[in-house]
Design a protein. Structure first.
Length: 159
């Protein structure tokens, strides 16, 4: 299994094929609107705006597995993130990032880039950066602010 073999659905149920992202750096983040780390939406959006034209794709994967901090539904998540956080980057349907129903994107990324808890996701806003060639590059802790990832993004995008 490779990153480009995977897909995820939008909140409306439309497929997003990772293979369509070839040649782009992809920042995968599990998000939650009621998390204390939710102000990171601002930093993620700033990265999206600054580098989308150079080849960065930010993908937010809403997840409710950590203290029920994502109460929004697939029907309301995009509007809530846009109104409350100014998010315009792509969000996916709500997913699990741990356990028996872990989404395949997170299964793959956790296998490739283990963390402090082995392959488990510790909390909301764990981030994975994938190279434009589809290779998992680096995993970032939930507390790592998006602006701290910028130097790695610039390196991958060669900007």
């Amino acid at each position: 299994m490779k990153f480009y073999d995977l897909s995820v659905k939008t909140p409306q149920g439309k497929n997003i094929e990772m293979g369509d992202l070839k040649g782009k750096a992809v920042l995968v983040v599990n998000t939650a609107t009621k998390c204390g780390l939710a102000p990171q939406f601002d930093g993620l959006e700033a990265l999206h705006q600054k580098y989308k034209d150079q080849g960065l794709v930010v993908l937010g994967f809403p997840c409710n597995q950590f203290m029920d901090q994502e109460p929004e539904t697939n029907d309301t998540i995009e509007e809530s993130c846009r109104i409350n956080f100014g998010v315009t980057f792509q969000l996916t349907e709500k997913v699990d990032v741990n356990g028996n129903n872990t989404h395949p994107v997170f299964s793959y990324l956790k296998d490739e880039l283990g963390g402090l808890l082995g392959s488990r996701i510790k909390w909301n806003f764990t981030k994975f950066l994938v190279t434009p060639e589809g290779k998992p590059f680096k995993r970032y802790a939930p507390t790592t602010k998006p602006e701290k990832i910028e130097k790695d993004i610039k390196k991958l995008l060669k900007v």
